[in-house]
Design a binder for this molecule. Structure first.
Ligand code: G3H
Length: 496
């Protein structure tokens, strides 16, 4: 068990002797009352008082852009970041272990999450070097010479979801930090302990007050921070409902920059011209990697009627072959779910679909035991069902038969979100037409492959309720800074 009794505030690891929040693993163990989630540890349950102290630390460290961190040279900031990565790597094994226990990520996925995050930081450092070289160039126009610099924005509040507690928070925290902003970051309820081994690295690598962690309940501590009006950037990855609520708390919402990655119910469209084996393979990866708990997961599969029977049969066979088990076991693909209410929610979605005429197609589909749900293929799904509209964020694959391509297009036109779509077809003319139909409805069209965020150098954004601003190694540096320029009028006396 890991019982955290310190938190990072103003460059110090402050000892905590107040109330704590218990952290439970999705891994359940037998008890006299049946299977129960294992106690994993506990974290400080700080109050709004400590949250506002953390905010003040970030505000003071920024000091209206005159603090030590925002005035450092790019090279000095890169040195601090390199020290951080060096210290972070030393905690690799422990962080991976905590990711497995805390959110049920398989050993392979937890390892990928850690290594991808390290790569992300190193790539960000390289991208900043390029950006700095580009910014150092002078531009001349209409008798004025200008140097355009990238300047920070102020205090950034960064919050991310449980499914990538390390990687997704760092996709905003790291670029925001390296651009000279100061940071407050709030960890998700599940995945919070995985950050504990890294607190010392933050403390050692960055000047006092540059990075501050927030513990405690979001509902108690985030409102006073937003209401203070001292946050300049809200970097949030989660639901649009929460993001909109948070934005409204800021007294001058028009002064708040928001970088958001939000709702998505990405569709796969499998036409009669698809290679069915490729489509099945990619749809399984897209719908069930990390039990479907990814914003980029494929959450609705449209399949053209001519091939629907064969596609569903092959999908069932592939799902049935997936090995359920504990995160560290060999070859395991389906693991326990961290969100306590998720099994009941998924069960209700499946029951609703059955009540409207669908059936669970695969043996054991939807079988639930404690925190564990075996994936269900639900077919035929239609627009009367919850599974057609709601982002299930779990191991349920709704399959919708369609006759003409207008049906999936209508789905996307009427959806409140627009992140990604995956098109499966071997007919290049059809693919070209579908690209034209979808490219302005979503932010990424995948051809004969699953939806995903990476590679991390690609822009990651969305339309409607799916996103605000753009993330990626390249884009995030720009999202967390402004172009600020030093301009000089060329006169006879100062002409070079
Ligand atoms: O949950 C949303 C993540 O951004 C998904 O990332 O596609 O790399 O799994 P991924």
């Amino acid at each position: 068990e890991v019982h955290q009794r310190e938190y990072l505030l103003n460059g110090e690891l402050v000892q905590w002797d107040g109330p704590v929040t218990s952290i439970y693993s999705p891994v359940c163990l037998p008890t006299p009352n049946g299977l129960e989630r294992k106690l994993l540890g506990s974290i400080p349950r700080t109050s709004p008082k400590e949250a506002l102290e953390a905010l003040d630390a970030a505000v003071n460290a920024y000091n209206n852009g005159l603090g030590e961190w925002p005035t450092m040279t790019v090279g000095e900031r890169i040195n601090c970041m390199q020290k951080f990565v060096y210290l972070m790597i030393q905690q690799r094994d422990l962080v991976i272990k905590l990711l497995m226990w805390e959110i049920g990520k398989t050993l392979s996925d937890a390892t990928k999450e850690f290594d991808r995050t390290v790569d992300y930081i190193n790539d960000t450092i390289d991208a900043l070097k390029d950006l700095d070289r580009e910014s150092s160039r002078f531009q001349e126009a209409e008798g004025t010479i200008a140097q355009i610099r990238r300047a920070p924005l102020g205090v950034v509040l960064s919050m991310g979801p449980f499914n990538y507690p390390l990687n997704e928070i760092f996709t905003t925290l790291i670029p925001a930090l390296i651009m000279g902003n100061t940071i407050l970051f709030k960890l998700p309820k599940h995945g919070v302990l995985a950050h504990y081994p890294l607190l010392n690295a933050f403390k050692e690598a960055f000047p006092k007050g540059t990075v501050n962690t927030l513990y405690g309940r979001g509902s108690e501590i985030i409102s006073p921070i937003m209401e203070s009006g001292k946050v300049n950037v809200l970097a949030f990855i989660g639901s649009s409902k929460v993001a909109n609520g948070l934005k409204k708390l800021h007294p001058k919402v028009n002064r708040l920059r928001a970088i958001l990655s939000l709702d998505a119910k990405n569709a796969a469209i499998v036409t009669k011209n698809a290679n069915i084996d490729v489509a099945v393979n990619e749809c399984i990866l897209g719908a069930l990697s990390f039990n479907g708990q990814r914003c980029t997961a494929l959450k609705l599969i449209f399949v053209q009627k001519e091939i629907a029977t064969e596609f569903v049969a092959k999908l069932n066979a592939a799902v049935s072959a997936l090995k359920p088990g504990l995160p560290w076991e060999n070859g395991v693909k389906i693991t326990p779910l961290p969100e306590e209410d998720k099994p009941d929610y998924l069960k209700a979605c499946i029951e609703d679909a059955i009540a409207h005429g669908a059936t669970v197609q695969n043996e054991n589909g939807g079988y639930t035991e404690a925190s564990f749900v075996f994936p269900a293929v639900v077919y035929p799904v239609n627009n009367q069902m919850k599974l057609y509209h709601e982002e299930q964020f779990g191991p349920v694959i709704p399959v919708v038969p369609f006759e003409t391509i207008d049906e999936p297009i209508d789905y996307q036109v009427n959806a409140s979100h627009g992140m990604q779509v995956s098109i499966f077809s071997e007919d290049s003319k059809e693919v070209a037409q579908l690209i034209d139909s979808f490219v302005n409805l979503v932010s990424r069209v995948n051809i004969n492959c699953q939806a995903q965020r990476g590679p991390d150098v690609f822009p990651f954004t969305g339309r409607k309720d799916s996103a605000e601003g753009t993330l990626s190694v390249f884009d995030a540096l720009r999202s967390f800074s402004i172009r600020s320029l030093v301009a000089t009028k060329l006169t006879e006396s100062n002409k070079v």
